[in-house]
Design a protein around this ligand. Structure first.
Ligand SMILES: [Zn+2]
Length: 418
């Protein structure tokens, strides 16, 4: 028994490595696949044949290159992920509503749909029903049946609970413990999973160099809120319930400014759009945050005022940089990361934030720990959440479906979870 279990595991791992290489590097000849994965030519031949039989991979039908007279004999055939192997849906739930993307197995977006919902006042059950209706309409509009979609991945703003399939708490909702996975699975008959949106940004940022990067990094989202995705030893770390790295709601100043979560002194209350704006307008720290995202043009005006030297605006960005910097100093002391990646629309104001941010890190953690940390920026918009969710959902398919066998295993796959 042991021997069979071991060889099954190796087979799954090798199939997964091959799928991941194709996902990351695109079409390539089998020889190249062997070079990148480190698998032997014999293994590559076996795995490629299996994956082609299972319709997860296909050979490209390319005309041989006749321009090079030195190339003789059989042309090199390239293999690629079969786009038709499966369909998946990536979903983003935020304070602006619900955003859907239908993608094929190769990651190409086939359809997009954006539905505005006033999420803040909606009741939990009503939201589940609304989400199920949005999904059903999306299925109908794209002539999809239950069996056509292999998995639905959802990213939500706030604290998500991956096992319960709920949004435990989110700045997008007044209510708490909102069921998301159950209503979607019931309506569509498709398996569904939920994760935090900042973790999905980390998935998106890290998927680009998954092969080369095996270290520890923090991806910080700055904008309507402040979030973090943690990458530990090359993998996004989700924690016990999927709520790890709730950076924005770590305490910055005890009994300090009022946060959107209702508590006092969270980092987000100083470093999010509403926190920066409240400070710049000289409003009391207890002034309640707005129930919607601050419009972009208001933040752009504030950035410009700060760049022209308007004192309150300058101080507001310094204050934000200090809050993020001290938070990062604690994180550096705990995890000894080698990269910090700043992301999200808030990075537009990085020139205003960064000096105070770096000064706070210098002040907050010993030099031996911070010396090797690189601070990088990815100037990204919120679509990075959808991109990261697509990446994570397709890797879910690679690992849970196609690494073990063809699509027909999907029904069996679901049973043990019940
Ligand atoms: Zn908070």
């Amino acid at each position: 028994m042991r021997g069979k279990a071991d060889s099954d595991l190796v087979r799954r791992q090798n199939r997964h490595i091959v799928l991941e290489a194709l996902r990351l590097h695109g079409p390539m000849p089998r020889v190249e696949l062997g070079r990148i994965t480190g698998l032997s030519p014999a293994s590559i031949t076996t795995i490629a044949n299996q994956l082609i039989d299972d319709k997860a991979m296909r050979e490209l039908n390319e005309a041989p290159d006749r321009s090079d007279p030195n190339r003789r004999g059989r042309p090199t055939v390239r293999v690629e992920l079969n786009p038709d192997a499966a369909l998946a849906i990536a979903t983003k739930i935020s304070i602006d509503g619900v955003d859907l993307a239908l993608v094929n197995f190769a990651g190409k977006i086939i359809a997009r749909k954006n539905t505005l919902i006033a999420t803040y006042e909606v009741q939990p059950d009503a939201f589940g029903k609304a989400l199920a209706n949005i999904m059903r309409d999306f299925f109908d509009e794209n002539s999809l049946k239950s069996g056509d979609v292999a998995h639905i991945g959802i990213a939500a703003q706030g604290v998500t609970h991956s096992q319960k399939g709920t949004i435990a708490w989110s700045p997008a909702f007044r209510a708490t413990n909102i069921p998301v996975v159950e209503p979607v699975e019931r309506e569509t008959g498709v398996t569904c999973s939920i994760a935090n949106d900042a973790n999905m940004i980390a998935e998106g940022v890290m998927s680009a160099d998954r092969y080369s990067y095996t270290g520890t990094a923090a991806v910080v989202f700055m904008g309507y809120g402040v979030g973090m995705g943690l990458v530990i030893d090359g993998k996004v770390y989700h924690g016990a319930t999927g709520a790890a790295a709730e950076f924005g709601h770590m305490n910055h100043i005890p009994e300090g400014a009022l946060c959107r979560c209702g508590r006092l002194g969270c980092l987000e209350a100083y470093a999010s759009d509403y926190g920066i704006l409240r400070f710049a307008k000289n409003l009391a720290e207890q002034t309640p945050p707005p129930s919607h995202a601050v419009p972009r043009h208001i933040m752009v005006d504030l950035e410009n005022a700060a760049r022209q030297g308007q004192a309150n605006a300058v101080a507001a960005y310094q204050n934000a940089g200090r809050a993020i910097g001290f938070g990062l100093a604690r994180m550096i002391a705990l995890l000894n990361p080698d990269r910090i990646v700043l992301a999200g629309p808030g990075t537009r104001a990085l020139d205003l934030i960064e000096p105070a941010l770096r000064a706070a890190i210098d002040e907050g953690v010993v030099e031996e720990l911070r010396r090797q940390v690189k601070i990088e920026t990815v100037p990204i918009d919120t679509d990075m959440i959808i991109k990261g969710t697509i990446d994570a959902t397709l890797r879910y398919l690679d690992l849970n479906i196609f690494a073990s066998g063809p699509m027909r295993n999907l029904a069996e796959q679901k049973e043990p979870q019940q």
